[in-house]
Design a protein around this ligand. Sequence first.
Ligand code: HPA
Length: 268
Amino acid sequence: MLEKIQETAAFVKSKLHSKPETAIILGTGLGSLVNEITDKNEIRYEDIPNFPISTVEGHTGKLIFGKLGEKDILAMQGRFHYYEGYSMKEVTFPVRVMKELGIKTLFVSNASGGVNPNFEIGDLMIITDHINHFPEHPLRGKNLYGARFPDMSEAYSKELIIRARRIAKEKGIKIQEGIYVGTQGPTFETPAEYNLFRIMGGDAVGMSTVPEVIVANHCEIKVFGMSIITDLGVEGKIVEVTHEEVQKAANEVQPLMTTIMRELINRV
Ligand code: HPA
């Protein structure tokens, strides 16, 4: 496994002209950030040794290197979801490669269902913490490096959260904050499950992010994450959810999420 990570990192390094310390997983809501990357250099996942290949509609798989403003960045266009059938080692493989490449800070985004009764569809939520509700842990098995029992007391950087709050205020963007519950999907939740996640202490629930954030913490990469509330799992407000509606709600607020992320990345 370690050799595979190093082989992949060596291949990627051989294609690079810069040494980015910032990585972005372009999840839902950040797709259009790609258009702002300049001096682009792209590598398709299928051309990268040992890389999993993404299969979900609307997620093209590429690593993109370039500049966002003045900052050298590495962006992942297309992530690997557990529900697609990948193992947790595959889902988190790119984060381990990031570590080998010298990445220090990771920015992530996703879509989620709000279970906090104060949330509305289209809200942006800064992820302040998470609850891991996946059935398999990404660090299960032999510990290759880092702590066997990693600390998770600040899984999402407090400093970056404070800066993001400030940016949202400056730009007049309404922002929520909360705890993201990561669960396997691919079903959306039953009303009873939404209720359970609220009782557990969650504010929103989605099918990604938590595995990558756990591995980033294990590798001592700082994390900042944001979620778009695309539907509500709140009693009395639950209606049928479809992937298309999730995408539509996300597209509408995408420019606001992009603004906060762009500014934050440039100020790190
Ligand atoms: N549940 C799980 N994942 C999601 C949801 C949801 O309601 N909305 C968007 N992703």
